[in-house]
Design a protein around this ligand. Structure first.
Ligand SMILES: N[C@@H](CCC[C@H](N)C(=O)O)C(=O)O
Length: 285
């Protein structure tokens, strides 16, 4: 089967995108296709697969499949790429529109013109802070802020929350020393997170700036993670390390995002999105 695709990235977090406004496929295709297409040796090479679809409740719908074929609930970098794509391809009429995801309906605003959108702001909605909402084992209504977390014989402090996806945030003194490969793979599958978790390491530079690295659930280390960066800012506010209702600059491996956890509880993410390739993927089941 020949499958037309666009490859896009948000700060290096790269996915293969399918425009399902034009053409639809069998539901059973997506998980194996995500695994196959993401393989850098035998596929195209990507952090996963993203579907751009019509929606009955919003202007459009986005679905995200990780590299391992699992489906995520949301994708911050994906939302910005999808927003750029639908506006530049005339699939929406105004610069402000809504996108349905598995986690929530969010709104996106694009800046630029039909030929080139250079910046996108997404209202990611409010975070969910209760253990039962993350989900994380323990007392259902409790929040998880700076909680003792022993893993691999090491004692860490975790702040966990749901912002589009489950996130476990750990603060480090030096971002380059973060145990990304050593502990990321273990923590993401830790039994305390029944739906697994994205694992973020954060170094606070000052009250308006943080460094960030991520091990993503289902995809491993990536250059950037939009939902994870939002979670990192929320965790930093909850621990009294950065300011609420202020623009916080998050330095990711692939570049910077501006994130604000506003007083009305909504989280705003602003950053770029780029198209890198378009083509046809030859799929053999
Ligand atoms: N890269 C994404 C998040 C993608 C989904 C995640 N790996 C999960 O399964 O939770 C982002 O930019 O938010």
């Amino acid at each position: 089967m020949d499958i037309p695709f666009v490859k896009m990235h948000g700060l290096g977090n790269n996915y293969i995108y399918l425009n399902l406004f034009e053409k639809n496929y069998d539901e059973d295709l997506f998980s194996p296709l995500a695994k196959s297409i993401s393989n850098v040796n035998t596929g195209i090479g990507s952090d996963g697969l993203i579907l751009i679809q019509p929606s009955e409740v919003a202007d459009l719908r986005m679905r995200i499949f990780n590299k391992d074929g699992s489906e995520g609930q949301n994708c911050g970098n994906g939302l910005r790429c999808v927003a750029k794509y639908v506006y530049e391809n005339n699939l929406v009429s105004s610069t402000l529109f809504t996108i349905e995801t598995k986690a929530a309906i969010v709104s996106a605003e694009v800046f630029g013109n039909r030929n080139k959108i250079h910046k996108i702001t997404v209202d990611m909605g409010p975070p969910l802070l209760k253990r039962s909402q993350i989900p994380m084992l323990g007392s259902p209504d409790e929040h998880v802020v700076g909680e003792k977390f022993i893993v691999n014989g090491e004692q860490l402090l975790v702040t966990a929350l749901f912002l589009g996806n489950p996130n476990a945030v750990f603060f480090v003194d030096e971002i380059e020393e973060a145990p990304l490969y050593e502990l990321g793979a273990i923590i993401t599958d830790d039994k305390r997170f029944p739906n697994r978790a994205n694992v973020e390491f954060v170094e606070v530079i000052n009250e308006k700036e943080i460094n960030f690295r991520v091990w993503e659930r289902g995809s491993g280390v990536t250059e950037a993670c939009g939902t994870g960066a939002c979670a990192a800012v929320i965790a930093s506010v909850l621990n009294g390390l950065v300011l609420k209702n202020e623009d916080i600059i998050v330095h990711l491996k692939g570049g910077d995002l501006t994130i604000k956890w506003a007083d009305d509880d909504h989280v705003w993410m602003t950053g770029p999105a780029e198209v890198t390739a378009t083509g046809i993927f030859h799929w053999e089941e």
